[in-house]
Write a protein that binds this ligand. Structure first.
Ligand code: DC
Length: 222
């Protein structure tokens, strides 16, 4: 079974998805890391991120592998590099290029085929796995999302101010929501969960309970 978790930056998707996958014994797919890896490959080649043809050529040759907690792109461990504020910005630009989305969606479907997966991103329930029987859409107040991102950056020894991070989050939300293909959107059948002022444990608890109910329904049908 595929469980999809979508939502804007800083809504808590990665942490929650990882914990949920752990509790259910499912695999976990961080699709944002894939778009970040594409952006890294473009920057590494010194490509203009707004040159869609050059970005498309880069993604045609890309190799992305997840090795437990690490992500390896074109043979290089980019786990830390892809988490900077610059990488976030670059990822949201390349994510609007149609060839990039086509290839990432293909890779996501290919890796999930025949597996139990918790997958998180922007378009997982709406576009990539529309038949998923268990979809969540996480939201949170932009100021709270910015505060979480700031803490995350600081925990990695990176700097930034609250104003800067909030502006970046609003800018990225806008780009993610307004692109033509695979925009950030809640699937009609996704359950919306507002994580503002909620402890992670409380959110995961709710998602786990709902997922187990859906799993039971799905098992009784087959
Ligand atoms: O979740 P994240 O912050 O790591 O994602 C980085 C960027 O990748 C985000 O700005 C939009 C893009 N993205 C996407 O377009 N589709 C996805 N399924 C996941 C991420």
């Amino acid at each position: 079974m595929i469980i999809t978790i979508d939502g804007p930056a800083g809504a808590g998707k990665s942490t929650v998805a990882r914990m949920l996958a752990d509790r259910l014994g499912f695999e976990f797919l961080d699709t944002g890391a894939m778009y970040r890896a594409v952006a890294w490959a473009c920057v590494d080649r010194r490509i203009d991120l707004n040159d869609a043809d050059a970005v498309s050529e880069t993604v045609a040759e890309i190799s992305i592998q997840f090795e437990s907690e690490r992500i390896v792109c074109n043979g290089r461990d980019v786990t830390t590099e892809i988490r900077s504020a610059e990488a976030s910005h670059a990822a949201s630009i390349v994510a609007a290029v149609p060839a990039v989305r086509l290839e990432m969606v293909r890779l996501q479907r290919e890796s999930a085929a025949g597996h139990d997966y918790v997958t998180e991103g922007r378009d997982q329930g709406s576009e990539v796995f529309p038949d998923s029987e268990c979809k969540f859409f996480l939201t949170a107040d932009p100021k709270e999302r910015a505060a979480r991102r700031l803490l995350e950056l600081q925990s990695r020894g990176q700097s930034g101010s609250m104003e800067e991070v909030l502006a970046q989050i609003i800018d990225r939300d806008e780009r993610d929501r307004s692109r033509d293909i695979g925009p950030l959107i809640k699937a009609d059948d996704a359950i919306e969960v507002d994580t503002s002022r909620k402890a992670i444990e409380q959110v995961v608890e709710y998602l786990e309970q709902t997922s187990r109910e859906r799993l039971a329904i799905s098992a009784s049908k087959s």
